[in-house]
Design a protein around this ligand. Structure first.
Ligand code: OGA
Ligand code: MN
Length: 286
């Protein structure tokens, strides 16, 4: 079996065949996948019926699993999955869809805003790996946007103006945009803001990209309305159809994306149906 990658969108996203992710990978295959990520930014693997342990083992080929503390409002005793797995399902501990007014459900609605995972952490995410265990009959696509292609197409004047800008990221900004109420403790401690550059250079491909996310809510040295307007315009620019790939999930798909140069969002679906999606996250660098 040899690994092949076929690009399935004009600017990014590769579909990978010829690899079984449930078994340990050779160093060679792992580095072929990482090279594919450097080029395509998103890789799709079909027909990978993977367990949580196998998903974690596969993920660790690309770095350390992120310490997921503080990134959600789920209490430790309410967790459905073991530590190391991010539960992005619509399910409670009883494996049933969460009730409409569940705080956990309302918090998770934030995943429907364009974002980059963990941009609200001092050490944001490198890769996210999302496995579809159970999918609804319709809806629930995940969309990805290429922040390298979006950057490349900006005019030189705009590129110059963005150079050196620093943004403040916090879950307070993304959840606040939906009117989700946060406590003082959450605002000041759990969701304490961090600073991120608005432009990033990819360490391997050396391509420059916008680093946008719904978690970004302030820009250093810029009046707040002006900052929010600029961020909104950049998100509008960067999520035009020509930069976006919509993934229509099949059960047992596994999709890997590079959070350093893409954004993503999930679309709506019938929440009375289970959608069991499990994510592992690889930590990046500061
Ligand atoms: C995520 C996320 C999208 C989805 O896992 O980081 O945003 O499709 N999920 O559930
Ligand atoms: Mn996400």
């Amino acid at each position: 079996m040899s690994l092949t990658i076929k690009q399935v969108h004009p600017v990014f996203v590769g579909e990978v065949t010829g690899v079984d992710l449930t078994t340990p990978l050779s160093a060679e295959v792992a580095s072929q996948i990482e090279a594919g990520m450097d080029e395509h930014a998103v890789l799709v693997f079909h027909d990978q019926p993977i367990t949580d342990a196998q998903q974690q083992a596969f993920s660790q080929n690309f770095g350390e699993l992120e310490n997921a503390k503080g990134g959600n409002v789920t209490k430790p005793q309410d967790r459905r999955l073991q530590v190391g797995m991010n539960d992005v399902s619509n399910l409670g501990k009883d494996n049933k869809p969460l009730p409409r007014d569940s705080r956990q459900r309302l918090f998770n609605l934030g995943n429907r805003l364009w974002h980059s995972d963990s941009s609200f952490r001092a050490i944001p995410a490198k890769y996210s790996l999302l496995s579809a265990r159970v999918i609804p009959d319709a809806g629930g696509n995940t969309e990805f946007a290429d922040m390298r292609a979006a950057y490349d197409d900006l005019d030189d004047k705009t590129k110059g103006e963005l150079e050196g800008l620093i943004c403040e990221h916090s879950l307070v900004h993304s959840r606040g945009a939906l009117g989700f109420e946060v406590s003082d403790e959450e605002r000041n401690v759990t969701f304490k803001p961090v600073l991120q550059r608005l432009l990033r250079v990819h360490p391997a491909s050396k391509r420059k990209s916008l680093y946008l996310s719904s978690h970004a809510g302030k820009i250093h040295g810029m009046p707040r309305p002006e900052a929010l307007m600029l961020l909104r315009e950049l998100v509008e620019h960067a999520t035009q159809p020509k930069y976006v790939y919509a993934h229509n999930w099949r059960q047992h798909d596994l999709v890997v994306w590079d959070n350093r140069c893409t954004m993503h969002r999930v679309r709506s679906f019938d929440e009375t149906q289970p959608r069991d999606m499990r994510r592992t996250t690889i930590a990046g660098t500061e």
